[in-house]
Design a protein around this ligand. Structure first.
Ligand SMILES: C[S@@+](CC[C@H](N)C(=O)[O-])C[C@H]1O[C@@H](n2cnc3c(N)ncnc32)[C@H](O)[C@@H]1O
Length: 252
């Protein structure tokens, strides 16, 4: 845009050039708007209805929408490393699932999400029989682990999944020096957080070996025998950070 600021206005009757709203009208509008806001705030004072919309962020909702599009109505889904289970909660806004289960190293005592089953596990072996779920999700979990640990968990996911795995990851076609520094800080920061909350169950890598580029992720996933194909979907336009990427992995 050029240096000149666009003027607030309405379209002229000919539909072409915007006609500027007179200054007095704009002032009247702003004043009424302000007074209306105060009146509405007073009218709502003491209202006890939970303000549910405040518990969502736009970026998380858009991401859940993308993940939901990769899933199907009626699916039974497992989210490994679900954290506070926000993705499982948000996914149900876009699809009707038969079952939603979240696992993590620990589950906060008071965490409860309607119709979501939550549980803790040992971080190594998924406590479910073969083919228990249509899809298994890992949301920003695997890059903290060693390659050997991540591959073991992915093999576990292939065992318990009937159709699909979804990975949300920090990945780019190429990591610049600055990005590698960012990844290191992410690993160190999370080490402090998860060692505190999950204790002995958290086994992080000591380097950034699992911050993989897109190509490296595809190679790792395609080397797993049950994997039939990997679809990459960049989430850069809907994420605060541009490295958020979805890997939609189909199983044989
Ligand atoms: C960055 S958080 C992501 C949480 C959630 N998936 C999300 O997208 O908001 C990483 C999570 O991975 C969990 N985690 C770490 N090691 C794990 C393991 N071996 N198995 C499952 N979860 C693990 C941590 O406890 C933490 O909740």
């Amino acid at each position: 845009m050029s240096g000149a600021r666009a003027k607030v206005g309405v379209l002229a009757p000919d539909g072409n050039s915007p006609k500027e709203t007179p200054r007095a009208r704009r002032l009247a509008f702003s004043t009424i708007d302000l007074v209306q806001g105060v009146v509405a705030w007073l009218a709502n004072a003491g209202r006890t209805v939970p303000r549910e919309y405040r518990t969502y962020t736009t970026s998380d909702l858009l991401k859940a929408h993308r993940v939901a599009q990769a899933l199907r109505d009626g699916d039974e889904i497992l989210d490994v490393g679900c954290g506070n289970a926000h993705l499982l909660r948000e996914l149900a806004l876009f699809r009707s699932f038969h079952r939603r289960v979240g696992l993590d190293l620990t589950v906060p005592q008071h965490l409860a999400v309607p119709d979501v089953e939550l549980g803790a596990y040992n971080g190594q072996t998924l406590p479910f029989p073969d083919c228990s779920y249509d899809a298994v999700i890992f949301g920003y979990v695997l890059h903290y682990l060693t390659r050997e640990h991540a591959v073991r968990l992915l093999s576990e996911a292939c065992r318990v999944a009937r159709r699909q795995m979804i990975l949300l990851e920090d990945s780019l076609p190429h990591f610049s020096g600055l990005y590698r520094l960012r990844n290191r800080l992410e690993r160190v920061k999370s080490g402090i957080l998860y060692a505190g909350s999950a204790g002995q169950r958290y086994h992080p890598a000591r380097n950034e070996q699992m911050f993989l580029t897109l190509r490296e992720w595809v190679a790792l996933l395609e080397a797993l025998p049950p994997v039939a194909s990997v679809r990459i979907e960049s989430l850069d336009t809907i994420s605060v950070l541009i490295h958020h990427t979805m890997f939609d992995v189909s199983l044989r």
